[in-house]
Design a protein. Structure first.
Length: 190
């Protein structure tokens, strides 16, 4: 980026010259936090590493967050809610909750709602999502807090394999990250 500054009598400067200043802007890479190291998280990881995300995987099962499964990710093997609670997040953080069960998902979501993040998504069926969100309402979470949750997660692209689900989740994350509509770019020529 080049910024030009002009100096002259308007600025009470005697030289009246111009200066070019080169400013190099370094943007922090977006942070993708995968809570749960299962098949869908592994598929998300495999695509997200090409999208220049800094990726962290949190799970309490060492075999599910091994270096073989996530070789380029920051891996945290610990109690899921405790690890997520201590994990630093900001407006450039995208959290995907895809643990091995409802209990862990609910615990992770409860912690995630207290964190700064641009995106909080949770994998699950509509019934599971309704049950977990109702449980959080009963614990005192407000509707505006729960509206932060993208769940069921992903865009409606169809498909059932972990890879197809991963593409739909990453498409939704990119939609949010880039502040886009997610609509087709197709032009009708007929």
């Amino acid at each position: 980026m080049v910024v030009k500054f002009s100096f002259g009598s308007k600025n009470n400067m005697l030289c009246g010259g111009e200066v070019e200043v080169f400013i190099e802007v370094y943007l922090k890479r977006p942070e993708l936090v995968l809570v749960g190291g299962g098949h869908v998280s592994n598929a998300i990881y495999n695509f997200a590493k090409f999208l220049d995300f800094n990726i962290t995987v949190i799970d309490d099962r060492e075999e599910w967050v091994s270096e073989d499964r996530f070789p380029e990710a920051n891996r945290i093997i610990d109690n899921i809610p405790k690890a997520l609670e201590s994990y630093p997040t900001d407006e450039n953080t995208f959290i995907v909750i895809a643990t091995r069960g409802h209990v862990f998902d609910k615990q992770a979501l409860e912690v995630a709602l207290g964190k700064k993040a641009q995106y909080i998504g949770m994998l699950g069926s509509k019934d599971k999502v309704r049950t977990i969100l109702q449980g959080l309402r009963e614990k005192g979470f407000k509707e505006e807090e729960l509206k932060r949750v993208y769940s069921p997660i992903g865009l409606d692209l169809g498909g059932e394999s972990p890879e197809e689900i991963a593409v739909s989740i990453l498409a939704e994350i990119l939609k949010v990250k880039n502040k886009r509509s997610g609509e087709s770019l197709r032009i009708s020529v007929f």
